[in-house]
Design a binder for this molecule. Sequence first.
Ligand code: TNX
Length: 540
Amino acid sequence: FLHLSVLLFFIACTSEKTATIASYDIVPMVQEIKTTGGKPFILSKTTKISFPASNSKLARSAALLSEYIAQITGFRPEITDKQDIKNTIRLTTDYSSDNPEAYIININSSHITINGSTEAGAFYGIQTIRKSIPADADTEIEFPGVEITDYPDYAHRGASLDVSRHFFPVDFVKKYIDILAMFNINVFHWHLTDDQGWRIEIKKYPKLTEIGSRREQTITGRHTGEFDNKPVSGFYTQEEIKDIVKYAEERFITIIPEIDIPGHTLAALASYPYLGCTGGPYQVGTEWGIYEDVLCAGNDEVFTFLDDVMTEVLPLFPAQYIHIGGDECLKNRWMACPKCQARMRHLGLKESPEHSPGEQLQSYFIARVEKMINTKGKKIIGWDEILEGGIAPNAAIMSWRGTEGGVYAANKGHNVIMTPEQYVYLDYYQSPDVDDEPFTFGWLTELKKTYSFNPMPAGLEEGRQKYILGAQVNIWTEYMPSGQNVEYMLLPRICALAETVWTNPERKDYDDFVSRLYRLSGHFDKLGYENCKQAYGIQD
Ligand code: TNX
């Protein structure tokens, strides 16, 4: 009798202790979920994560999953290459799907099986499991028996970061990549150069970083803010870049570097004044906005310089694309420059109803750079301004001044990434309570607005949808001196973009999205991610 009562007491204690229940209400919302009715899986300290011995990518992903679980629960599941043991989260790549980023998850009492169509797919399955764990879970988490089938709607799911206006150290760039990975973002567009700072080491042109990566003060421009007169300097060595590229690759994120030309180049001109039309002297930009001094389009030495720069930059990045900017290039200097005039005469550029000679010269410039980059085995992306004087033959377009440029380019058979400022520029305020927000540009882009964005606008001719590769958010950092500012502007709006490019639009629902976002708030806190809580209804 005594034994029986001890036993009953023991049963009472263990059954009273309710495990935390996992929830598949995550962001981005999964495409399909079916309840299987089977017994749940219990994730506990004794659970292991298994991967096939021959697959080093899955081994790394297994280690990452273990780390994610540790971040939430405090316990770190062991990883193993032993197959067919019970109580494991199994990673495999046996799932056959046309989509190279798809995965399927099966959950029963003995296994959670994450089966990707590739290692990338398996990685997104890992993110799903990770986000399903309640942020306050500790020793045991119960995963209800389900089958999840998931895949992205778009192949390009991106976020940019401007490291010129303010510089962010390697550790922050990695943290930024971590945040992107959590939401299945697969492209990091790294804006490495601009008027206010050149941030990538180029061995043949050391002054680009000796001179071009430093400025003594910031802001005297349109907005005067609290950051006046602060010096900013910093750049990434090529070794650091390789390290970051590898870090991103392990999280299935491709880095597309941007070397912004021919405008937004004052930092390069300050370093090597012969690159400009007037010969200088120039100073690294200390104001925001657009400068008149740009790379000279009439000087062949400029193209030699760009060839040399690309010879060093391209091998650092495995991406097939490099972004060459092309935005906001004023033509005043070109129109007053004898060398540019001679070039225009030589090319026979004349005023036409569609394109001014300056715009045509810009197109000449971009097409020449494109040819050089194509010869080196890569393709270019440019901002939609490169459409103005006629589009370079193989260029992809990043459509930021609305979606019209993108629609035009797609109809002409060019690849397009949609990034209209009205929806996905995260340097604008996200909360109407502007007085409580960190100072930024004056526009407002609330979470709901970002969520409402459709990358597939009207006006596309039949069969042209396939040219819309996807969409991305852009973060310009004029008013973001620290990484915390960037996180705050990124979260939660990146979640809205993530769902837009991942989940079937018919399944999107803003209120439901916000309730799923709410679940994630605890994760953000645990991970130390700043975020604008009032944007999704949480009062601090
Ligand atoms: C326009 S978007 C720019 C950036 C600024 C941004 C501020 C684009 C291609 N150019 O240089 O930082 O506006 O919102």
